[in-house]
Design a protein around this ligand. Structure first.
Ligand SMILES: [Ca+2]
Ligand SMILES: [Ca+2]
Ligand SMILES: [Ca+2]
Ligand SMILES: [Ca+2]
Length: 415
């Protein structure tokens, strides 16, 4: 009978332990073994795509290579797919999962994508940030470790050596200006290197544009639109030029598209957030998909004496973000609330289910619920705490100041 001598096994056990630690470490660090093939440019705004670049001097067979944003659902490049020497290949990210169409889409708010070779070795990885329409995230030059948001995309072609200047973000203060207020516009550029000019263009009610230079204040370019001379719509956009005469805009499609705000003095309609259910598991289903869905809902009460169409107004789950969800204006029969009447909006993150479905849900743990006029002024808002399952929260009587919990919710009916 053979007795195992543990002391003799110890070095092997230790070796195994070290290997185990090493493989864990590998997973954490996502070790990249570069082979001259790169995720070279990523476009995520809509009609998403990924550009692959072969930096080798010979064609590269990429059949069986995997690209994914989720390791449990990898897209495989079709066998026989080849990228020429110093060449590019475009993959459309459209959920189709056939040919050069990946089985996933990209998130415009940013995410990480991975590229693996046919034997499962990670050969590249790109973590891309949130991007505006028309912007991509690209290597400069092709295959370089340096990635930047671009002002001009180069789908299927070289990214070049220098990026066009790109506007990362444009903000205004105040967000909801009144007629006597000037408005500070602030633009954040991806890079301040080689910038030749940054200009702000603005106009009121389709008049011709006024252009002013934006000046660098801290890390932002800034300029001020004077108080509006009349009520109406103020449109604006930012133009950035670099010393190579490359130009980009915010919004990307300007001047065809613009940023804008309304200068408006309409009296606000007498609408109230009247009741809501933030934690729905079995109360009052949303049947708009054809199947019962126990979604969050918000009841709006019209406390006025005339019908109110909320088309063009906004709802939000954050008091400081009035423009979060715009109610569509093209269906007044669904979005008009009779005097003394109610309207239920589904906070179910599925706008595709109809004009009364919102692109947010209400947090069970508590947050805000608010309705804003077409110009962003607050009509009504309420901040709530942690909610109980299937118990709604509402005004004690329709439109009243005091609130209470309702164990028998009354969606679309008097509280
Ligand atoms: Ca490119
Ligand atoms: Ca909820
Ligand atoms: Ca729903
Ligand atoms: Ca009610």
């Amino acid at each position: 009978m053979k007795i195992l001598n543990v002391s003799k096994l110890f070095p092997f056990l230790l070796f195994g332990l070290i290997l185990g630690i090493e493989s864990c470490k590998k997973e954490e660090e996502e070790l990249i073994v570069a082979e001259g093939l790169y995720l070279n440019e990523v476009y995520a705004a809509s009609d998403d795509w990924i550009e692959l670049y072969n930096d080798l001097d010979v064609a590269k067979n990429v059949g069986g290579y995997a690209i994914y944003d989720d390791a449990i659902r990898k897209y495989l490049l079709p066998s026989g797919t080849s990228i020429p020497a110093k060449g590019f290949l475009i993959l459309n990210c459209n959920d189709q999962g056939v040919g050069l169409n990946t089985n996933f889409k990209l998130t415009s708010s940013g995410e990480t994508i991975y590229l693996e070779n046919a034997i499962g070795t990670l050969v590249d990885k790109v973590e891309f940030p949130a991007m505006d329409n028309g912007q991509s995230y690209a290597r400069f030059p092709d295959g370089s470790p340096k990635l930047l948001i671009t002002g001009n995309t180069t789908k299927g072609a070289s990214n070049g050596d220098t990026q066009a200047p790109a506007v990362a973000k444009v903000d205004r203060t105040p967000l909801v200006p009144s007629i006597d207020q000037s408005v500070v516009i602030q633009a954040e550029l991806v890079s301040n290197i080689n910038i030749a000019s940054v200009k702000l263009f603005y106009r009121l009610n389709n008049a011709s544009y006024t252009s002013i230079s934006m000046t660098l204040v801290g890390s932002f370019y800034q300029a001020t639109i004077p108080a509006a001379s009349a009520l109406g719509k103020m449109e604006y956009y930012v133009e950035v030029k670099n010393i190579n005469a490359k130009v980009s805009y915010s919004p990307f499609e300007a001047p065809a598209k613009t940023h804008s705000y309304l200068v408006n003095t309409d009296p606000l309609p007498q609408l109230a957030i009247n009741e809501f259910l933030a934690f729905n598991t079995s109360c009052c289903p949303d049947n708009d998909s054809g199947l019962p869905e126990f979604d969050d809902w918000i009841e709006i009460f019209n406390n006025g004496t005339a019908p109110v169409n909320i088309g063009g107004m906004y709802l939000s789950d954050d008091k400081t973000k009035p423009f979060k969800h715009k109610i569509p204006s093209d269906n007044p029969s669904l979005t008009t609330i009779p005097a003394g009447g109610y309207l239920i909006l589904w906070a179910d993150n599925t706008q595709g289910q109809g004009p009364l479905h919102l692109e947010f849900a209400l947090a069970n743990a508590g947050e805000d619920v608010a309705i804003f006029y077409i110009d962003g002024r607050t009509i009504d808002s309420y901040s709530f705490g942690s909610q109980s399952e299937n118990i709604s929260f509402g005004r004690t009587t329709d439109g009243a100041t005091a609130w209470k919990a309702f164990s028998s919710p009354t969606p679309g009916k008097s509280n």
